[in-house]
Design a protein around this ligand. Structure first.
Ligand code: NDP
Length: 454
């Protein structure tokens, strides 16, 4: 893939970048190793001050940064600006709480003094996707830098300007040279970095194949990884739910970020007693969404980020209809330039259809009917993924069963799944392992050292 900004609205290449040479990569690796030696010795107060400053810079620059993301990957400007604000929040959150999360903990070991310390590991390589160009990076970098690690970012090849802007935010915030560096490289350079002893660990957000490849190479080097991969989240609606509210949120949860979110609701599993009414409301909500230029006010859905993502979504829908799925609305790629795809609903999807098993990374909702709560849980768990889940019910017994029996890293009741710095974020099964955010996130990239003082 070229390292380039290609407008998803017009398909035009706006800017290209050369990949770093091996010599430049070497320099940056050495800079990271040098920076780690001093950054690990900075006090929590110093780190917190810089992280707070990063948050302030983000707030002050949110319109420019938002426009940059919209230009590179097509999310609506309003959602891009909100994403920058969320990045500022995660900076503030860890600036405030990291010291407490990483404070040495006393342990009663009898006559000696026992303590647990949380020490940094070194340079952490972050391999990140284009769908939330800033958020995916800040939710890794804020805890990692507060813990005393340094960051190396290999961002997706279609968001190079966002990648460089992030490096600039941390530099302006006062983090020393080398504490956070963007590497403009293709994915073919990642293996060499994982082999390098100056890289201590890696985190990847992206597709399952990319995660497998990075985990394999990191595993050979015995390096810790955190993987946040795809999802095909269930959204279960039971008869006790407010069906209008559920349908409104369902459309939002499916089409957030133009349908390109790992935690977007993708499979809508509705109890048969509520199915017809829910479908009516849901179709109306999906058809009301406005597709268009993401820079314009009032547009709900911009283009998909790349031509290949749009082609893949189109192909998944076409083959699913061929396999017997019922096309309720949408389902035809839109004419004209750009990578636009309309809000789409498929129902009665047979197990043989691609949409039944694969992640569909676009505004395509899959509708299923469940006969009872057992059937809803069975359908929800009949997936290789296990990232988020949303369940709509006012019945406490049902709620308890969903919370304990759905195989997912997150269950939201009567709400759509979202990430929040205060709650751990991550999945099970093919959705990956490890957790981001909250205290669990900051503890992923630390040496948990036991100390015994006699
Ligand atoms: P990828 O997983 O291919 O890309 C994510 C990141 O991983 C990018 O930085 C990419 O670099 C890098 N990468 C890709 N392959 C490798 C590899 N073998 N070794 C090291 N790094 C690698 O996502 P795509 O953009 O290709 O999207 C494909 C599908 O992945 C989507 O349709 C969706 O299903 C899923 N996806 C899920 C995301 C999520 O949030 N869970 C986010 C993005 C995609 P480069 O850009 O240079 O290829």
């Amino acid at each position: 893939m070229p390292i380039a900004t290609i407008s998803p609205v017009t398909g035009e290449t706006l800017r290209t970048f050369d990949a770093l040479t091996p010599e430049q990569i070497e320099q940056k690796l050495q800079r990271a190793a040098n920076a780690f030696r001093s950054h690990r010795r900075t006090s929590m107060a110093e780190r917190a001050e810089r992280m707070r400053r990063a948050g302030e810079i983000l707030e002050a620059d949110k319109d420019r940064l938002g426009r940059l993301m919209t230009t590179e990957m097509g999310k609506t400007l309003a959602s891009a600006v909100a994403e920058v604000e969320k990045c500022a929040w995660v900076c503030r959150h860890y600036a405030e709480h990291a010291a407490g999360m990483l404070a040495p903990r006393p342990v009663d070991v009898g006559k000696a003094r026992g303590e647990i310390h949380f020490l940094p590991l070194g340079a952490v390589l972050a391999i990140m996707p284009w769908n939330f160009p800033l958020w995916q990076v800040f939710r890794f970098a804020a805890p990692a830098l507060m813990a005393g690690n340094v960051g190396l970012l290999k961002h997706a090849s279609n968001v190079p300007q966002s990648a460089l802007a992030i490096e600039d935010v941390f530099a302006r915030a006062g983090f020393a040279e080398g504490v956070f560096q963007t590497l403009l490289i293709g994915s073919d350079a990642v293996g060499g970095l994982l082999d390098d002893p100056r890289v201590a660990a890696a985190t990847l957000t992206g597709s399952t194949p990319a995660g497998q490849s990075v985990a394999e190479r990191a595993g050979r080097n015995l390096k810790k990884t955190v993987l946040e991969l795809g999802g095909s989240d269930p959204f279960i609606v039971m008869p006790s739910a407010d069906l209008r509210a559920a349908a409104r949120t369902a459309a939002k949860a499916r089409c957030i970020n133009n349908g390109q979110s790992c935690i977007a609701a993708k499979r809508f599993i509705v109890h048969q007693d509520a199915a017809d009414e829910f479908e009516r409301h849901f179709v109306r909500e999906m058809e009301a969404l406005r597709v268009g230029d993401p820079m314009q006010d009032g547009v709900d859905i911009g283009p998909l980020a790349t031509a290949s993502i749009r082609d893949e979504v189109d192909e998944q829908v076409r083959r699913s209809v061929e396999a017997g799925a019922r096309l309720v609305t949408g389902g035809k790629r839109m004419d004209g330039p750009g990578f636009f795809y309309p809000p789409t609903i498929l129902a009665d999807i047979p197990e043989s259809a691609p949409a039944y098993r694969e992640e569909v990374f676009g505004p395509v909702a899959l509708l299923f009917r469940a006969t009872d709560v057992d059937d809803a849980i069975r359908l929800a768990n009949d997936s290789d993924f296990g990232l988020g889940s949303s369940v709509w019910t006012t019945d406490e017994g049902e709620r308890a069963r969903f919370v304990t029996e759905i195989e997912a890293g997150m269950t939201f009741v009567n709400a759509m799944v979202s990430s929040d710095p205060r709650l751990p974020f991550g999945g099970v099964k093919q959705s990956g392992y490890g957790r981001e955010l909250a205290e669990f996130g900051i503890h992923e990239f630390v040496n948990v050292k036991s100390v015994w003082i006699q």
